[in-house]
Design a protein around this ligand. Structure first.
Ligand code: MTE
Ligand code: MO
Length: 352
């Protein structure tokens, strides 16, 4: 594989793996802005970054269990109504390094920053599927299609040199309210190469692994995608299961991510002087459920203080209220605490 054409990256990113390139921003930078700047957005790859230089000829095919397969050029996708959705993308491996402190886990290590919040611009997948005769809110096509598979142009070793791929249910894909996008913009700019130029899927509220970058084809299929990242990775098992007795078929692929909460204003190892300390960070819940409450403890979890929550500055956050909150986006929190003795500071979020 060829890593000689990788794009430039911001020097402050913490590199967890060079080839493929996997990197995250320092946690203090992460929670300082509601919308994560593209440079500081975590980068999660499984192979070299593809080079797409002929945008006029780049196309996405839609095939599988449909009557009339088609090829869409970028200009066809640009013509569809454009939606702008603020959504948090989180890798299922976020905080894996801390998990390994309890028991060693496999995979690239991540601190708390394999997550970011961006403003994605693009066409709705539900509108794109209408172009092949699949109407809104369809759950099964006439020919038995129940899942929508996204296949990339990149190549990764987990797929034996084949492309990265994943699928989501057809019911989610045809539901305009699920806001699944074929995105060509991130934070108001064309996607950059690291994040999927020229076109990627964004599945709000779902682990990042399903938001396939460098999209090449969309296949309507009967069973969920059988690719590595759906069947042999990103599943959750109890502690009794180990690498020598794992039976992957006993669990469903992870989709909506669970509620998450992390302190970003203090590193794990930071020693602080006694007195008033500002504690801030992020919380996120999958499936668009929102965050009902965030509590911070300065006595290792014995007593708790509620933190204030916000998304956009100056707008009070109310969970699951489409008028005042971005349902697919993280919630930032802040509270000032009084620290007297050596202690452990903990934050927890409750999903709505
Ligand atoms: N899409 C392709 N084609 N190749 C990949 O390696 N990684 C996935 C997903 N889409 C990946 C992909 C994973 S595991 C995550 S968490 C997100 O992309 C990361 O997106 P980002 O790099 O834009 O942050
Ligand atoms: Mo991921």
């Amino acid at each position: 594989s060829d890593y000689s054409l990788e794009p430039p990256r911001h020097p402050s990113l913490k590199i967890n793996s060079k080839q493929p390139f996997n990197a995250e921003p320092p946690r203090s930078a992460l929670a300082s802005s509601y919308v994560t700047p593209v440079d500081f957005f975590y980068k999660r790859n499984h192979g070299p970054i593809p080079v797409v230089d002929d945008i006029e000829r780049y196309s996405v095919s839609i095939t599988g269990l449909i009557d009339n397969p088609i090829e869409l050029l970028m200009k066809d996708i640009w013509k569809l109504p454009k939606y702008v959705v603020t959504a948090t993308l989180q890798c299922a491996g976020n905080r894996r390094t801390a998990m390994s402190n309890v028991r060693k886990v496999r995979g690239v290590g991540w601190d708390v920053s394999a997550i970011g919040n961006a403003v994605w611009g693009g066409a709705k997948l539900a509108d794109v599927l209408e172009l092949v005769g699949i109407s809104k809110l369809t759950r099964t096509t006439k020919s038995g299609g129940k899942h929508v598979e996204f296949v990339s142009i990149d190549k990764c070793k987990e797929e034996n040199g084949g492309p990265y791929k994943a699928s989501i249910p057809l019911s989610q894909s045809t539901n305009p309210e699920a806001d699944v996008l074929l995105a060509y913009e991130m934070n108001g700019e064309p996607l950059n190469r690291d994040h999927g130029y020229p076109l990627r899927v964004v599945v709000p509220g779902v682990i990042g692994a399903r938001s396939v970058k460098w999209l090449e084809s969309i296949n309507i299929i009967a069973e969920e995608c059988q690719g590595f990242f759906m069947q042999k990775d990103y599943k959750m098992f109890p502690p009794s299961v180990d690498w020598d007795n794992i039976d992957w078929s006993t669990r469903r692929p992870q989709m909506d991510f669970p509620v998450q909460c992390a302190v970003c204003s203090l590193e794990d190892v930071t020693a602080i002087k006694p007195g008033k300390v500002k504690v801030s960070g992020y919380a996120a819940s999958g499936g668009g459920r929102g965050i009902e409450r965030i509590d911070v403890s300065v006595d290792g979890g014995k007593t708790w203080m509620e933190a204030s929550r916000h998304q956009k500055t100056g707008v009070p956050y109310i969970a699951a209220d489409d008028m005042s909150s971005d349902k697919w986006a993280w919630v930032l929190f802040e509270v000032t605490v009084d620290v007297r003795h050596p202690t452990e500071i903990v934050a927890k979020a409750t999903k709505a």
